[in-house]
Design a protein around this ligand. Structure first.
Ligand code: ATP
Ligand code: MG
Length: 357
């Protein structure tokens, strides 16, 4: 397979010079329905996805995730605001240029969307055939893409003969066969079991690493964000309420909804019975990163500050190649000692806060 951006169709006016930005949404609003009974699916969304990034958008059902994806693949246009893909303002394009620009993106779906009546090989060759590429060449490139996703031995199978994970591999092969600049994934693993999900995530990371393909993922599963993405935006009610690196989100989630999503991977609330039982002394929440998880700070609170420490919750989670630790402790002792211990801890861990029950 050729590198991304080669064999790119010309004809799309380049409104901006090449930059490191693959996708940019500026003030994008999308309304549905007539005035009076209007629904705002996207509300003034600003989003920048850099080339080579794996960017995740997480939100509950109805948050506007699929609508956002449809803005990027130009299946729909915004009611207000602008969408740039690969440096091109989609609104500036004629119909034929828009058709060409759509080839800069490719998509994989929750329900795979394969043609059941043709073979795996012809499913993957189809986008190339629609581009007018000769059958022989289309099949050669499709074979290469299928080998890349580990299905070189299943070229003659029909989709009905494959497992869900294998079908999604075909979906990925079909998406990458045209060397898109941006791969869009709408809940691409939501129909799969956890171990198959991990295999598909591994494959998407390989696509990103080996072809440099920018990947934009929308999902309601925080595990997908944890295992796949580098950057993340949290959506609620059509708005982006928080965004940053995945590590930032896990270590210092700002909004209640981001905290709840992080909590689906790293439990951050005490069980109700424990919350009722603990009282009196303050509770502190500590978050650690990498080497901090192994430093003996609880011991220091006891030996150096003379405090009594009760560990109510502690865990560690690997997030890609880093480790995030989380602990809730109850601290009893002299007020002044406690205040200086709080200052000490603040300088030793990545985040520290008092838990309000
Ligand atoms: N074509 C449409 N006409 C009218 N309303 C729509 C249309 N498409 C989406 N909506 C509405 O816009 C809102 C956002 O929908 P969207 O499909 O983007 O959500 P989502 O985050 O993808 O949800 P899910 O996780 O369930 O897929 C919803 O309230 C939905 O009903
Ligand atoms: Mg959706």
């Amino acid at each position: 397979m050729t590198a991304p951006h080669e064999e790119r169709e010309t004809g799309a006016p380049q409104s901006t010079p090449p930059s490191d930005v693959a996708v940019r949404l500026n003030g994008v609003t999308r309304r549905y329905g007539r005035r009076g009974e209007e629904l705002v699916a996207l509300d003034d969304v600003d989003l920048t996805v850099h080339r080579g990034d794996i960017f995740g958008v997480i939100g509950h059902s109805g948050a506007g995730k699929s609508t956002l994806i449809r803005m990027v693949n130009a299946l729909e246009s915004p009611s207000a605001g602008t969408v740039h893909v690969d440096g091109v303002d989609l609104a500036s394009l004629s119909t034929s240029a828009l058709r060409a620009a759509r080839k800069h993106t490719a998509m994989i779906f929750q329900q795979f969307q394969l043609l059941e009546t043709v073979t795996v090989l012809d499913n993957v060759a189809m986008p190339l055939r629609l581009d007018g590429i000769a059958r022989h060449e289309a099949r050669a490139r499709a074979t290469e893409a299928l080998e890349f996703v580990g299905l070189g031995a299943r070229l003659a199978s029909y989709p009905g003969q494959l497992s869900g994970g294998q079908k999604q591999r075909v979906g990925i092969a079909r998406a990458i066969v045209r060397n898109p600049a941006v791969l869009l994934c709408d809940e691409a693993t939501s129909a799969l079991d956890p171990s198959t999900t991990l295999q598909i995530i591994d494959l998407l990371r390989r696509v990103n690493r080996e072809y440099g393909t920018t990947i934009l993922v929308v999902t309601h599963e925080m595990d997908v964000i944890k295992d796949l993405c580098h950057s993340v935006a949290v959506m609620e009610g059509g708005r982006i309420v928080e965004q940053g690196t995945v590590m930032d989100l896990f270590v210092q989630p700002q909004t209640a909804i981001a905290q709840a999503f992080v909590g689906t991977v790293i439990p951050h609330e005490l069980p109700e019975r424990v919350r009722r039982a603990v009282g009196g002394h303050p509770l502190w929440r500590l978050r650690f990163l990498d080497d901090e998880v192994t430093s003996p700070i609880v011991g220091a609170l006891i030996s150096e500050f003379g405090l009594q420490v009760n560990i109510l919750h502690a865990d560690m989670t690997d997030i890609q190649d880093r480790t995030v630790g989380h602990m809730i402790i109850q601290v009893a002792g002299d007020d002044a000692q406690r205040a200086s211990a709080y200052g000490y801890l603040g300088s030793r861990v990545v985040s520290l806060e008092e838990v309000v029950l």
